[in-house]
Design a binder for this molecule. Structure first.
Ligand code: G6P
Length: 602
């Protein structure tokens, strides 16, 4: 989703700083980019369709300037073309925006009565005109921005330059992420930490309706027109390498390869002090007898895995809900239900909205989040941080894995408390958790290029599985389609014959996952059904195969481990296979078309 960067300070290389920031925000997904800066005492805007490289080609980097704002646009209102790109300028106001102004049509009609003319299709240009109109009346942008929050419906993070104050950047936010960084007398605003990491790792989080005024040697943050004395300072603990590729061809491959470390960092601290440590470090779940897990995308798939883990090991029923549905459906709340929000970014608009609905109903909420200090992490009653580190590739891998790991720990904690897991089993599980990093690294040594070569030209690829394997199949299918653009569907193995099997023809790849031995024979029968219709069957399994499996065209064997953590291993070959297929198809693996890393609009 759109990215914002702004700089004002000592350096006269604001153009480079802004472009560096935009490049670091590329991972969020965008289709045009633009900057505004000061030249000859005037605001100058340069924007371009497509990649940042195109924008760079239009910029004269010899120009010295101490102030600039930049934007990567992920189109929501209007095509990704030049006139719709940001920054927009209306009257004295130059604006970059992330979010959606829901009542922009209504505001546009009102502003037309004041002779405002609009050249773009965007909601942002309307916001820009609105700010300009109010500025003409009030002449004070802090007052204007606090008034704007009453007039605009929707979400926004704004970066603003006003023609009357060319040494100052204003910024504000509501429901869209924005951070502020101060390093000596250099001031930054940004949508996310990577944008500033080349220059500083110290930052502050803005709250909704905060207003920032930053100029060459001064920064003030207001809320409700009052100056805020102090904001908490954060230091990003990773170094800049965390946001760089470290020799890997793509961020996605780097992040897949970090998964053994991620598991160590997410799980091991809970096991260091034995059972009591785990019990103490986890929230108290004893009052709950039902969970709603609410999330989007891969985090929704995590919820599906978690449902099996929690139901099987604790006997607590779990509802798994897509956040964009949850926020508008009839909800059944009771005080014994816990609402768990899962989000890598902690900023996904629908997940955040679901959290707020749950809180309006006085429900207890728990967030499982990666980005420290993100909106969902801050607003939930309790937060459990996964330790995936900075994830840049749009298609998540290591955060998904860490989310499952966190749910396995939750199931373990509740299972111990409810005595649905006995001591012997607990010992077996903790030993297996300790083996996980090694086993992950073993799987990572395998090469999936040959298999990728066999399937990368196909138009359709199906994934099947039962129970928890079906949940993993859904993630495998999503990973493949989002980065390789091959049509793919995941099916509950027994359901395929109720329609979709008609799409299976000669050589159609069907990736079948079989790790749950209780239902393995059933899935094997389903595999035989697709094989009989010509499918090219790829079996991903923990079973050591013998001659009875001669109907399999290709097999991937992952180590067998306790079922509570098996999915952590099972999904890795699917991540690597998706990666290799996308590479053979020359796809933009880290930034797939139309997708965004942090979906901050509904
Ligand atoms: C986007 C990303 C997905 C992610 C989903 C939810 O669609 O491309 O990889 O799973 O958002 O994001 P969240 O940050 O809430 O986990």
């Amino acid at each position: 989703m759109c990215g914002i960067i702004g700089y004002v300070g000592k350096s006269d290389r604001a153009l480079n700083i802004v472009i560096d920031g935009l490049k670091a925000l590329e991972y969020r997904g965008y289709d045009s980019a633009g900057i505004a800066f000061i030249k000859n005492n005037k605001t100058q805007i340069i924007k371009e369709k497509g990649k940042i490289k195109n924008l760079e080609n239009k910029i004269n980097f010899n120009l010295k300037t101490n102030l600039g704002i930049g934007h990567t646009r992920w189109a929501t209102h209007g095509e990704p073309n030049l006139k719709n790109s940001h920054p927009h300028k209306v009257g004295k106001i130059t604006l970059v925006h992330n979010g959606i102004i829901e009542n922009y049509e209504e505001l546009k009609e009102i502003l037309k009565n004041y002779n405002y003319k609009f050249i773009s299709d965007t909601d942002t240009e309307v916001a820009c005109a609105l700010i300009d109109k109010l500025y003409q009346e009030k002449n004070d942008l802090v007052k204007v921005l606090s008034k704007v929050s009453n007039l605009i419906k929707g979400s926004y993070a704004f970066g603003i330059i006003c023609d009357d104050e060319l040494d100052t950047i204003y910024a504000t936010r509501k429901d869209s992420p924005l951070i502020v960084a101060i390093d000596d007398q250099d001031y930054y605003i940004a949508s996310d930490i990577p944008a500033i990491l080349k220059y500083t790792n110290k930052y502050m989080l803005l709250d909704d309706y905060d207003i920032v005024k930053m100029s060459h040697n001064n920064i003030t943050i207001y809320n409700n027109k009052l100056e805020i004395e102090k904001k908490k300072n954060y230091t990003f603990s990773g170094n800049i390498e965390a946001a760089e590729k470290n020799g890997y061809e793509h961020f996605m491959l780097k992040e897949i390869n970090e998964q053994s470390t991620v598991i160590k960092e997410t799980m091991f601290p809970y096991l260091d002090d034995g059972i009591n440590g785990l019990i103490d470090k986890m929230p108290d779940f004893s009052k709950y007898n039902e969970f709603d897990i609410v999330s989007c995308g891969s985090a929704y798939h995590t919820g599906l895995v978690a449902k099996t883990l929690i139901e099987n090991y604790t006997n607590i029923p779990v509802n798994v809900e897509i956040a964009s549905e949850y926020r508008y459906k009839k909800l059944f709340f009771n005080k014994k239900k816990l609402i768990i929000l899962v989000s890598q970014s902690g900023e996904t608009a629908d997940t955040l909205a679901s959290l707020r609905i749950a809180k309006e109903h006085n429900m207890d909420t728990l967030a499982i989040v990666n980005v420290v200090g993100s909106s969902i992490a801050r607003e939930a009653n309790e937060v459990l941080y996964i330790k995936a580190g900075c994830e840049i590739a749009v298609a998540t891998t290591k955060a998904y894995l860490a989310q499952i790991a966190m749910f396995a720990l939750i199931a373990l904690k509740i299972g111990i408390s409810r005595q649905t897991i006995d001591e012997n089993e607990l010992n077996e599980i903790t030993q297996d958790i300790r083996r996980l990093p090694l086993l992950i690294d073993e799987i990572l040594k395998n090469d999936y290029k040959n298999l990728a070569k066999k399937i990368f030209k196909q138009n359709d690829i199906f994934f099947i599985g039962r129970g928890i394997d079906y949940a993993v199949a859904m993630e495998g299918s999503l990973k493949l389609k989002e980065i390789s653009y091959i049509h793919s569907e995941a099916y509950a193995a027994g359901e395929l014959k109720h329609g979709t099997i008609s799409l299976i023809k000669d050589k159609t790849p069907v990736i079948a996952i079989v790790t749950d031995m209780n239902i393995a024979p059933k899935t094997i029968s389903n595999i035989r059904e697709v094989k009989a219709r010509g499918a090219n069957v790829i079996l991903l399994t923990t079973i050591k195969l013998d001659d009875n499996y001669d109907f399999i065209n290709y097999k991937i064997v992952v180590p067998s481990i306790h079922p509570i953590i098996q999915s952590i291993l099972t999904v890795i070959p699917l991540q690597l296979l998706a990666y290799e297929v996308a590479k053979l198809r020359n796809c933009d693996i880290d930034k797939p078309r139309n997708l965004a890393k942090s979906v901050t609009v509904e």
